[in-house]
Design a binder for this molecule. Sequence first.
Ligand SMILES: O=C(CO)COP(=O)(O)O
Length: 266
Amino acid sequence: MATAAPSTPAAPRRKCLLGNWKMNASLDGNAALLAAVGQSLAGLDQRVQWGVAVPAPYLAQVRGLLDGTPGWLGAQDCSAHEAGAYTGETSAAMLREFGCRFTLVGHSERRSLHGETSATVAIKARQALALGLTPVVCVGETLAEREAGQTFDVVKKQLSVVIHEVGHCVGELIVAYEPVWAIGTGLAATAQQAQEVHAALRAQLAVATPRAAQMLLLYGGSMKPSNAAELLSQPDIDGGLIGGASLVAPDFAALCQAAASALAPQ
Ligand SMILES: O=C(CO)COP(=O)(O)O
């Protein structure tokens, strides 16, 4: 008698490492960084996707630098508006025209320094999806919120506004959990802290989409070569959104290799 297949097979997830260069770039520096990254990552397990979110003025240059590599080009933000009198903004259509594959939305620095609300972040995610860009929706609690025991409430609320706004496209999102207290501080969440938030986010997504098990959930906040292996081996951590370490070619390459090591052998 044939053995029945398990009803819920383990999801064959990929890993994904996205660099967020923030406001750090120069023509010469970008060329040197990506030449070194490209060289280090030749032969990387193809189940590891990598990419970089660059400042808007460098999109055209970096598009050329990534040509011929599997690296994804991304932006750090996109406008909530389609077009028109919005000085300083960059639309999803413009990002698309310059070859972007993804855009961050709702990074904590946008929320805290530029007053972005979850409602605005959700509209940005919808705009990005409408133009065929993958929104990387960033959520995360502050230290005060964590200490007050509000972590799960905060991140779920941030995500629920986006889920509601994008409707049936939820499964196309990438979600990045970035605890605000871990960003740029050198103090990453422990693998256990990050895993339990990721599991909660995936459970929340599962209510909205049958694709939740395949969705990429990234951790961000002081991920570096010394802590990457443990973080990336958690069952619900599918990769990283990397700030500082994405500016150092050997570090970013080491994180991608750690992601490859965390995957099951092919
Ligand atoms: O904000 C981040 C990525 O978006 C994380 O930054 P760091 O990796 O520098 O902590």
